[in-house]
Design a protein around this ligand. Structure first.
Ligand code: IVH
Length: 762
């Protein structure tokens, strides 16, 4: 099908518009439109290309990621070899370099292009008629690896050069790198997902680019600075290096904004100093600066010595990695309770900064690197990031070292250290009292959406904690106007106001109080759900994991496909029903593929009435862990349970509720009304009988949470009998009165909203 001319035109317009916005975003770092607007244009082009595949040109912005993963990289021969650079280690070496050049050129002064030497991965881009046809790594300098598909995924690499005037054939040279912030994120991500992270940004860049699957490369935010060129045919770049860089910039390639033209050795040395002073603030790793003779004819005249150009030199900065000894491994408790291993080091100078501590991230990291007290390690400091231990020098391990173990108790307050399943970070559970977390716990407690105590700013909290006047939130309520008035920047009046604000905050709501406790991962919405579910603090405090999470058995013989088909059928036939037929038989007879009679029987057993079955979800058939309360999954539940299990925390809560200290109260939740989603037994009277799998008190509490009134004997007023094993007389009486009998499984189904006992009989 050939595309109508207006479609051809539109596709071309979209391509050039997208190229433009890509350039604004990735090269200039100055987008003109929102990401969403870009996506719209992108999807429009994608749709046109899908309809008319012949419109899909290789330089189309849609074709950045598209190539299939390769088996291995093909060889790519560079037209002009990629060289390395000689090094200068001090100012004297730079002066020698400049003196030699001036002598060779017989010049009094020489100007240079100076720019940062990025620590990434050298790449050569080949453009033919302005279109990117190949990307290659440096390899041995003459032959590299063909990484075209990978390079195409880098937003800063133009698939087509902008403007005009480019040579027919052009090899562009530059450095692909991963910005430090992206490197940190990638590292955290890899750590969290149990992968060994890259050791440094250079490895991360190389590892991301040299991926046989370009989709992996595309997912890493690589970028590139271009600093030179190789072969140039059918055109030229002008007479100077600086002019050539300006031309590359005009053609849409990304060139370092730090590049400058400097004069003589002094200019080079000043440049080295000024970039060096800013090295820690740059968003990329550099290992030096490079000086190149600006005059291209002079470059040609000077030529090469072995593998290095005579006309260029790198002036290095001190290494970012040094070797030192681990004196001990200690655990620090952060403001949020994170328990982090830290290596205490024999102090060592790393690129101008003395390093005596290095983070080890988390206990898994410590074990993965197997860092032990006494070890010799390589430490690394990048930019403003906290120094870290990169690796242990195995050969230098002394005898009798011990592996590091996560402490069971918080080194600050002694509360249990908890590590939730699947989480890399271990935490102190002494939230309300742990000195390390005290400030942040208090700030949170008084914040507007928590207890809303006006007049207790951060500065005041700092003072209260520092002077030992407040150890936990309850202490705030015990202080008097005189106590507060004695603090810095407090007067009688402001102290009075504060005490009044504290008094006002005593009357609050249950959800605010729960939120104010600062339980990990319990935000406002979760606090509200907990308050609605438990309706009081005590049942929440004594709840166990099973209260939050239920392990729902799946329906044997029903997989995802069958369940989906069944539910879809029911949805399409809202009025169908079994009539006089048993539900199981009716279900088995529906002709649902894969639904055999035994499975139909099990479904009818789980959902004895059709209305409940209609409300079921596919997941209910498959089984697994379900949360009973919105927003409370296994991890949050574990945080809640361990928080209330800490005697410290319970003691603070007791103080908060003690009428003589905190005196915090909240209005009783309104009496249950109607049948709500989480109160399916509201207004119902239930009697319990027989032997249950759990203590009867727990079952009673659960029924009450569901809205039921639990009484002792069966009468005409009884709505349901919950019957365990060996139920006797009460069961018989209930049966004779026509009282509906539930078993424990019904109760479970009920808490999940999967079973409504009275859907059919009210
Ligand atoms: S010029 C003939 N300029 O450093 C000129 N190289 O040791 C050779 N590098 O692998 C390179 N930033 O990838 C030059 N601004 C820059 C550079 C730079 C980083 C890398 C380059 C090469 C190595 C040379």
């Amino acid at each position: 099908m050939s595309a109508p001319p207006e479609v051809v035109e539109r596709a071309a317009a979209l391509r050039s518009e997208l190229h433009h916005h890509n350039y604004r975003y990735y090269v200039l770092d100055d987008p003109e439109i929102t990401d969403a607007a870009y996506d719209r244009l992108f999807r429009e082009l994608q749709a046109l290309e899908q309809r008319y595949p012949q419109l899909r040109t290789p330089d189309s912005p849609t074709q950045r990621v598209g190539a299939q993963p390769g088996e291995r990289f093909a060889e790519a021969r560079h037209r002009v070899p990629m060289l390395s650079l000689g090094n200068a280690r001090d100012d004297g070496a730079v002066r020698d370099f400049d003196r030699r050049i001036r002598k060779d050129l017989d010049a009094d002064v020489v100007t240079y292009v100076a720019e940062p030497k990025l620590d990434g991965l050298a790449i050569s881009l080949l453009y033919e008629d302005g279109v990117l046809v190949r990307g290659a790594t440096r390899g041995d300098g003459s032959i590299g690896e063909d990484v075209t598909a990978q390079v195409r995924t880098i937003g800063a690499v133009p698939l087509r050069l902008r403007g005009a005037g480019w040579p027919r054939l052009l090899e562009v040279r530059g450095e692909v790198y991963l910005p430090l912030a992206a490197f940190e994120r990638l590292k955290q991500h890899m750590l969290a997902s149990g992968h060994a992270p890259f050791k440094n940004p250079r490895n991360a860049a190389a590892g991301s680019l040299r991926q046989l699957d370009p989709a992996v490369t595309a997912a890493r935010p690589l970028t590139m600075f271009c600093y030179g060129f190789g072969a140039v045919e059918g055109g030229d770049l002008g007479p100077t290096q600086s002019g050539a860089l300006a031309a590359l910039r005009d053609w849409g390639l990304r060139v370092s904004p730090e590049s400058r033209v400097v004069t003589g050795a002094d200019g080079c040395i000043d440049y080295h100093r000024s970039i060096g002073a800013r090295r820690d603030g740059l968003d990329y790793e550099i290992d030096g600066v490079v000086f190149k003779v600006d005059d291209l004819q002079a470059q040609r005249a000077l030529g090469f010595r072995a593998r290095d150009p005579v006309w260029a030199i790198a002036y290095k900065y001190p290494a970012r990695e040094e070797q030192t000894i681990v004196r001990s491994v200690e655990f620090q408790v952060g403001r949020t309770g994170a328990v982090t291993p830290v290596a205490r080091l024999a102090p060592v100078d790393v690129a101008g900064v003395t390093v005596a501590n290095a983070t080890l991230h988390n206990i898994d990291e410590v074990h993965r690197k197997d860092v032990r007290a006494g070890d010799t390690v390589i430490v690394r400091r990048a930019g403003d990031v906290i120094p870290e231990v990169v690796a242990v020098v195995d050969a230098l391990r002394p005898p009798d070292t011990e592996p590091v173990r996560l402490p069971a108790q918080c080194p600050v307050c002694g509360a249990d250290v908890i590590r939730a399943e699947g989480e890399a970070v271990a935490r102190c559970s002494g939230g309300l009292t742990c000195a390390a977390q005290r400030r942040s716990a208090l700030k949170h407690f008084v914040s507007r959406r928590a207890m809303d105590i006006d007049g207790l700013g951060d500065k005041l909290i700092e003072q209260l904690v520092e002077q030992g006047m407040v150890r936990d939130p309850a202490d705030l309520y015990a202080l008097t106007v005189e106590d507060y008035a004695g603090l810095e920047r407090m007067a009688q009046k402001s102290a009075q106001n504060l005490v009044q604000a504290l008094a006002r905050s005593r009357r609050t709501t249950l959800s605010r109080l729960i939120y104010a406790l600062g339980i990990r991962e319990v935000g406002e919405a979760t606090a509200q759900a907990l308050a609605a579910h438990f309706r009081d603090l005590k049942p929440l405090m004594t709840a166990d994991l099973d209260t939050f999470i239920v392990d729902v058995p799946g329906i044997e013989g029903v997989g995802e496909k069958t369940a989906t088909a069944l539910l879809a059928w029911l949805q399409q036939h809202p009025d169908a029903g079994p009539g006089e037929q048993p539900l199981a038989d009716w279900l088995a007879g529906l002709g649902i593929r894969g639904l055999r009679p035994p499975a139909a029987a099990r479904i009818a057993e789980r959902w004895p009435d059709l209305a409940a079955l209609r409300r079921a979800q596919v997941a209910d058939f498959l089984g697994g862990k379900r949360s009973r309360i919105e927003g409370v999954g296994p991890v949050v539940a574990a945080h809640i349970v361990s928080f209330f299990a800490q005697p410290h925390n319970r003691a603070v809560i007791d103080k908060l509720l003690d009428p003589g200290i905190g005196g915090i109260t909240w209005p009783a939740p309104p009496a249950a009304e109607g049948v709500g989603a989480d109160r399916p037994l509201a207004g119902k009277t239930v009697v319990i009988t027989g032997t249950l799998s759990r203590p009867r008190d727990a079952v009673k509490a659960q029924l009450e949470r569901l809205g039921a009134k639990v009484t002792g004997s069966v009468s005409t007023k009884t709505h349901y009998l919950l019957a365990g094993a060996d139920a006797g007389a009460k069961r018989a009486k209930a049966a004779s009165l026509g009282v509906k009998i539930l078993d424990e499984e019904d109760l479970t189904a009920l808490t999940q909203g999967a079973y409504a006992p009275d859907a059919g009989d009210v």
